[in-house]
Design a protein around this ligand. Sequence first.
Ligand SMILES: Nc1ncnc2c1ncn2[C@@H]1O[C@H](COP(=O)(O)OP(=O)(O)OP(=O)(O)O)[C@@H](O)[C@H]1O
Ligand SMILES: [Mg+2]
Length: 214
Amino acid sequence: MKKKGLFISFEGIDGSGKTTQVKRLGQSLRDKGYELVTVREPGGTPVAEKIRELLLDARNDGICPRTEAFLYAAARAQLVTEVINPALTEGRVVIADRYLDSTLAYQGYGRGLDTRFLEQLNRLAVAGTVPDLTIILDISPVEGMVRRSDSCPDRLEREGLQFQEAVRAGYLSLSRQYPERIKVVDAMQPPEQVYAEIVALVTPFLAQLAEAGV
Ligand SMILES: Nc1ncnc2c1ncn2[C@@H]1O[C@H](COP(=O)(O)OP(=O)(O)OP(=O)(O)O)[C@@H](O)[C@H]1O
Ligand SMILES: [Mg+2]
């Protein structure tokens, strides 16, 4: 019998609280007895971790935006095949700290690559494995920078703010294009409040999972 689990992804600009909330939700679902798999992009399999090293290595500053897009897509294809699809087939809950929409927001709206091309690249990479629910944690770029650095951004960091602003606008645009799948949570609020809104969004999906007998 083919079982299908639940796939939730978290998105948002740097420092928006994704990892914080993924950990909290993950712990809560585990405590409730759900079989859970959490993944973080790029990485999660031996090959995808090697691609991650390529992407994060500061010496690879010559990587052009198209190469970057292909490398993220390659890592994602491997993660979907090796980890996400098998987990969903077994009826597990999969929580991803970034997924498809990061490519559109960062490489598309941020770096200016053609979003139609990136949509096709994403389709090829994930071969139909699209999240049931995507939660965008929305904050201002200044807040994201302050949270990450615990101080006011300096001049150079401020240049990065324009990029983060474009990425943020991209995420919000995606939420309007895919209103059924993508929900926006105001992540300027305290963590408990953000978490409460996340639980309200996730609960109906857990109920469906229970009804499906998974
Ligand atoms: N709602 C919140 N209010 C204030 N601070 C927060 C909130 N959520 C998270 N933080 C803090 O902000 C910092 C960044 O959070 P976190 O690492 O979860 O963000 P992220 O979206 O995963 O960032 P990145 O994109 O860099 O991985 C952490 O120090 C975290 O404790
Ligand atoms: Mg993080």
